[in-house]
Each structure stands twice: as structure tokens, then as C-alpha cells.
Write a protein that binds this ligand. Structure first.
Ligand SMILES: [Zn+2]
Length: 442
């Protein structure tokens, strides 16, 4: 028995493990940071008890693509009062992003982490596309380590990096060298590479194939997973075909959005074993169109859900993301049960973990996995009854209902409050950092 071992008692346990199902009055024993046992009436062996009566106990939610640094620019895509015309997401994040110091990346990332914990997200995929210098990446990793979240950190390029020049692959190699030597990696953080690929639907951001081929080759030489956007409305089709034509698809590649994918491109993704990350709020708000959830799943593609960027979407409410995913899938199919709440919950937990290659450690309450767990209190007025737990989590729950969050067995939120991070200080420092960024950019 270790000091931080604990037993979660008498909750409605939604394991998301197909072999274990739901346990209406169940316990979860956490020992050494991992899930030791799940079931009714477990022997806690004297471990500290967390009372979960009236709560839903579920796996921590899994985000699969999020530009954490630009959380400093929350809700700025629509413009600010008195600024005239709304600038739009790319213009805001590019314009202000170039004025970010490594400390600004740190404050943006830490604010995002505080929101993630508060909202029940225990795994994030930090898609870092403002690595202006190696110090920016180090600052972001410092914030992730401080937060105690499980994270894939995908080292990317700088906002405004010239389209015809490769990103700093030497910086990635140096980070990887230190990483394999054990510095800063721990068990919670894994490394990947964020690549521009063809550059999305905006002609001003088009990247020549020789550039992204070289970048992806550098990551693959290091054995790192790669992530790339295939952005834009249906007219932007062809990005996935271009990657396929260059032989760049593979099970180590995550493609983000793919709203524009043609049936042939979806088949190419499936044949190559690629994963896809869907961020329905940002895809709707920026005008890319509807997520292709049903077609991607029907093709057998690993699919996860994502926040993308709060500069555009405002918040990181994964409950709402799951609900929107379900609703859009049903709307597209003109059918009430094309996507059930249970399926949407799987996308936000186990399937998201699978899409990142992390399902061996997180995504379900399975003995042997690391203890990434949330307790959702049902006593608030927006819940109040305990009916179908998956339905409640997907259609009714909100971040404010998250009572307790554990990541890797460590309690990060308890009784509705952050435990390890000082939320007030983080927001105060974020406000100051944004003010400095704006004055520098002006
Ligand atoms: Zn993105």
C-alpha cells in the first residue's frame, strides 16, 4: 500500500471496456498510479477512500488535436470591439502568434491545461504550431509536465514560417535526443511531429511537396508519429491524395479534419491505417463543413475528437464536442440512432486513445491501465437524476459537473476545484501575457 493509493467507492462506473461494461454500484482501486481492480465491493486494503455515491465514474476524456499555446487568444477570431472587421482565425493566430515569446507559449499552454483538467480531459494532443525557437517547445513541455496531464507533444513549426522552407528538424532531433535520454519525458508525455503537409485550403499557405516530404522523413527517421491537417471545405479535396501519391500515408500518421475527403481519399486513409481527428466545433465555425464521422468509421478508420483551438471555439468542453458529434452524425444520416450516445462517448475516450496509439495505457477503466479517471457529480440541476449514464455524459454533463479528476493516479481536481494548479494565478498571468503580446504586435 502506497500513500497515494486510493479506492473510488460506490459510483456508477462506466468502464468503456467492452468486457467489463457498466457497474452501477462499483469501486475502482488505484494503486501505484494504475487501475488495480474494478468491480463491486472491492477490498481497499486500507487505501484512502473517495466517496463516489451519486457520481458517474468514467475514463478521463481524450483530446486528439489542440493548439494549446493559442489559448491566450481565446475567442479572438471574431475580432474585438472597435477593431472593425473580424480578422478570422488564421489571421489572428498568425498575426499575434509571431509576437509570442517562449513565456507566452508557456502561459497559453498552462491556461489550456487548467481548462482541460477542469473539464475532465486527462489526455491532450498538444499540436504545437508556434515553435519559434526550441525554447518555445521547452516552455510548453514545462507547462504540460507541471499540469500532470497525459500528453502527446507534437513539435511543429513557427507561425509565419516561410512555406518554401522546412521547419526546424534539427530542433526536433535535439529534443528527441534529450527525450530518449529520459530528460523531461516521464511516463506521461510522448513526442511526435506536427507537419504542415500540403498546407490546407488557403493558397497563401501552400507548402511544396519537397518541403513536407523532407520534414516527414526527418520524423520517421526518429520513429516519431506525425500529424498533419487536411483542412478546408469540399473544394479543398486532394490534400490526402497528394500525401498518398507521395507514399506518405501510414499507421503513424494522424490526419486532422478531412472534411474535404473524397470517397477515394477515405479509402486511401483506411488502406494505409491512418487515424483521423475531428473537431466539429472549429470545423463548423470556420466553414469547413460537416465532419465525416460515419464514413470514416464505416471505413474502419481510427477516429478521435478534438478541441483544435479555443481562439476559434471558445472553450474545451469535450462533453459538448461529443454531443455535437452525435447530433451531426444523426442529422447527416437523417436517423435518430446513426450515432448513439455510447458511441459518441467511446470517441471521446477509448477510440480517441486508440487513434493516438495510447489505448494500452488510457481510454477505459481497465485493470492494468494507468488511472486516468473522472467523477461527474449528478446532483447539479442540469443533471439531478441518474438515468442512462452515457446519455447523461454526452447530452447533459458540462465541465462544471466534473467533481474529481485523476491523471496517472494523481488527483488534479477534487470537489470541483483544481488541486495542483492555482487557477486564479494562471489566469492572471495569462491576461498579463496577452497584454504584452498585443502591445508587441501593435
Ligand atoms: Zn488544428
Amino acid at each position: 500500500m502506497r500513500q497515494d493509493d486510493l479506492i473510488i467507492r460506490s459510483g456508477y462506473v462506466v468502464t468503456m471496456d467492452p468486457g467489463l461494461g457498466d457497474i452501477p454500484d462499483g469501486d475502482v482501486l488505484v494503486a501505484g498510479g494504475r487501475i488495480a481492480a474494478v468491480g463491486p465491493g472491492l477490498d481497499g486494503g486500507g487505501a484512502r477512500e473517495l466517496d463516489a455515491r451519486g457520481m458517474i465514474v468514467a475514463p478521463g476524456l481524450v483530446d486528439t488535436h489542440w493548439h494549446l499555446w493559442n489559448t491566450l487568444l481565446r475567442s479572438m477570431s471574431g475580432g474585438t470591439p472597435g477593431s472593425g472587421r473580424p480578422a478570422g482565425y488564421f489571421s489572428v493566430s498568425l498575426g499575434l502568434g509571431q509576437a509570442f515569446t517562449d513565456q507566452d507559449n508557456y502561459h497559453g499552454t498552462l491556461l489550456a491545461c487548467a481548462e482541460a483538467i477542469s473539464s475532465g480531459i486527462t489526455t491532450v494532443h498538444d499540436w504545437s504550431h508556434n515553435v519559434r525557437r526550441p525554447a518555445h517547445a521547452e516552455a510548453e513541455l514545462r507547462a504540460l509536465a507541471q499540469a500532470g496531464l497525459r500528453a502527446r507533444y507534437s513539435y511543429g513549426y513557427a507561425a509565419g514560417h516561410p512555406n518554401d522552407q522546412a521547419m526546424d528538424t534539427d530542433g526536433l532531433r535535439a529534443l528527441h535526443r534529450g527525450w530518449t535520454a529520459g530528460a523531461g519525458a516521464g511516463g506521461l508525455l510522448t513526442l511526435g511531429m506536427a507537419c504542415r503537409g500540403p498546407g490546407g485550403s488557403n493558397p497563401a499557405m501552400r507548402v511544396p511537396p519537397r518541403v513536407y516530404q523532407r520534414e516527414m522523413a526527418a520524423a520517421r527517421e526518429l520513429g516519431l508519429p506525425v500529424t498533419v491537417h487536411a483542412s478546408g471545405p469540399p473544394a479543398a479535396a486532394g490534400q490526402i491524395a497528394a500525401l498518398a501519391g507521395a507514399g506518405l500515408l501510414g499507421p503513424d500518421l494522424q490526419v486532422v479534419h478531412a472534411n474535404s475527403a473524397t470517397p477515394a481519399e477515405i479509402a486511401q486513409l483506411a488502406d494505409a491505417g491512418c487515424a483521423v481527428s475531428l473537431s466539429p466545433f472549429s470545423e463548423l465555425l470556420i466553414g469547413y463543413g460537416l465532419p465525416r464521422t460515419a464514413e470514416l468509421l464505416a471505413a474502419g478508420i481510427r477516429v478521435g475528437l478534438s478541441v483544435d483551438t479555443t481562439a476559434l471555439t471558445g472553450n474545451a468542453d469535450m462533453f459538448a464536442i461529443m454531443k455535437l458529434t452525435q447530433g451531426l452524425a444523426n442529422a447527416t444520416a437523417h436517423q435518430e440512432f446513426a450515432c448513439t450516445a455510447r458511441q459518441a462517448l467511446a470517441l471521446g475516450t477509448l477510440e480517441g486513445a486508440r487513434s493516438l496509439g495510447l489505448d494500452g495505457v488510457t481510454g477505459s477503466l481497465t485493470p492494468g491501465k494507468r488511472a486516468d479517471i473522472i467523477l461527474v457529480a449528478t446532483g447539479h440541476p442540469n443533471l439531478g437524476v441518474l438515468t442512462d449514464p452515457a446519455g447523461l455524459l454526452v447530452t447533459a454533463a458540462q465541465p462544471g459537473n466534473v467533481d474529481t479528476v485523476l491523471a496517472d493516479g494523481q488527483i488534479l481536481k477534487r470537489g470541483g476545484s483544481l488541486v495542483t494548479l492555482d487557477g486564479e494565478r494562471i489566469t492572471a498571468l495569462a491576461r498579463e501575457a496577452l497584454a504584452r503580446v498585443r502591445s508587441r504586435a501593435a
